[in-house]
Design a protein around this ligand. Structure first.
Ligand SMILES: [Zn+2]
Length: 438
């Protein structure tokens, strides 16, 4: 079966399964997995009403029989690297670990990342994400040396081009030691003023200049009214505790804008007491935490010839239990940090469920790919509600195992009431770029 949406701009999805918690108000009864069965009315690209199945007369309204199939909100991908994506073929990671990923990427960056190269690869990733049903993306932009002034104008052009289709946010990425160079921060500030989206960020780890570096970044963010986004403790060393430092600094300074932290891998390997103190501080500071399960499992605990012993992911359940806004995202796509990926949040969700045990109950974690990252990005809450654009994903699954057992390659992405025919681009389109020919 396929879901053929009527050509009419007005129709009703009959007997669709939608998670009760993703509806603006509860529509009982909910099934075992937490789904309500509802009729969704669409008119001129907007959802006009969502009612318990069968309570309203459809009259002349064309119907689409969903027969209990699941309808999802569009996805939000809050941590990506669009500037690094798809360089794998010309710059592989020779062993698959973090130091090799970093070294390979730096080499490729200085050799090949012209504005045209970054723009083409960014566009490729955005088309993938769009085809898979993503509505908002935050990307990190490598912002070091001459690259800063090359990449930010490219980001701003992409953001402009995708306006109304994908809401694109960006945060600069550099390590704290670059702050020793006075022109570095001036460059960042100038680029963010001209092309940024009000988010400042960096990659942090335990290092002598950590507190000073954070003070400089918090001060700049406070002066500008910017949000913050950090790569934190992407490491298997339990002594990597910069997450606690960020939380403490945010509390001390009473920082009022949103802060998102990504990775925080080492938190999972710390002693229980230590972890508890950090989780409490993260909750008190109001940080949001994004785990990157596919990339973490790829890079962490990798030693040639030795089977990995841990999955590389942070203590996401403990953070959630403490009331922290938690979520998962893509991270890298076909680059030395992660050899795979397609900017497909359905894949991230599938893999996240397996790697992080985001099940039992499944419904508790479904928001980790939509509502929770939307909240972290300050966007629409990712629920289906009357008055909003008819943006949704129609699947053939009727429960969570049907949804998560298959890749949902036959999902229908509906934007403004119309079925999208967008497909992920052919890899051959990248062949024209320097060094990417087959
Ligand atoms: Zn990252």
């Amino acid at each position: 079966m396929t879901f053929a949406l009527p050509a009419a701009r007005r129709y009703a999805l009959r007997q669709a399964r939608v998670l009760g918690r993703m509806l603006p108000k509860l529509i009982p009864p909910l099934d075992f997995d937490g789904f309500a069965t509802v009729d969704i009315f669409v008119d001129e690209g907007a959802i006009t009403k969502i009612l318990p199945a069968g309570v309203d007369d459809f009259g002349e309204t064309p119907e689409v029989a969903m027969s209990g199939r699941i309808v999802l909100p569009l996805f939000v991908d809050v941590h990506t690297h669009l500037d690094k994506g798809h360089i794998w073929r010309r710059k592989r990671n020779p062993v698959g670990d973090f130091p090799s990923a970093l070294a390979a990427t730096l080499e490729d960056r200085s050799a090949n990342w012209s504005a045209a190269d970054v723009a083409a690869r960014m566009e490729f990733s955005l088309r993938c994400a769009y085809a898979h049903g993503t509505t908002a993306i935050r990307t990190h932009i490598d912002s070091v040396g001459p690259q800063t002034r090359i990449s930010w104008p490219v980001l701003a052009e992409a953001r402009e081009r995708w306006l109304g289709r994908i809401d694109l946010q960006a945060s600069p990425l550099f390590t704290i030691d670059h702050l020793a160079n006075a022109s570095h921060l001036a460059d960042i500030e100038a680029m963010l003023d001209a092309y940024g989206t009000g988010i400042l960020g960096a990659a942090i780890r335990m290092e002598p200049g950590l507190r000073d570096g954070l003070r400089i970044l918090f001060e700049l963010a406070e002066r500008k009214g910017w949000e913050l986004d950090f790569h934190v403790d992407e490491s298997s060393d339990p002594a990597a505790r910069s997450l606690k430092v960020v939380a403490d600094v945010a509390i001390e300074r009473r920082f009022a804008r949103p802060i998102l932290v990504g990775h925080c891998c080492s938190l999972a390997l710390q002693e229980d007491d230590e972890r508890r103190r950090t989780v409490d501080a993260v909750a008190r500071a109001g940080l949001s935490v994004v785990s990157l399960p596919m990339c973490n499992m790829f890079l962490q605990d990798r030693q040639t010839g030795r089977t990995p012993r841990w999955r590389g992911v942070t203590a996401l359940h403990e953070l959630k239990r403490a009331g922290v806004n938690v979520m998962i995202a893509s991270d890298n796509t076909r680059d030395p940090f992660y050899a795979y990926g397609d900017m497909d949040m359905m894949e991230v969700w599938r893999e996240g469920v397996r790697i992080l045990h985001l099940d039992y109950p499944f419904a508790d974690w479904a928001e980790a790919v939509s509502a929770s990252p939307a909240k972290a990005m300050g966007l629409d809450p990712g629920v289906l509600h009357p008055g909003s654009a008819a943006n949704m994903i129609l699947t053939k699954a009727r429960d969570f195992t049907e949804l998560l057992a298959r890749p949902q390659s036959d999902r229908v992405v509906v934007r403004n009431g119309e079925a999208s025919n967008a497909k992920p681009p052919d890899y051959a389109e990248l062949d024209a770029l320097e060094g990417l020919a087959p």
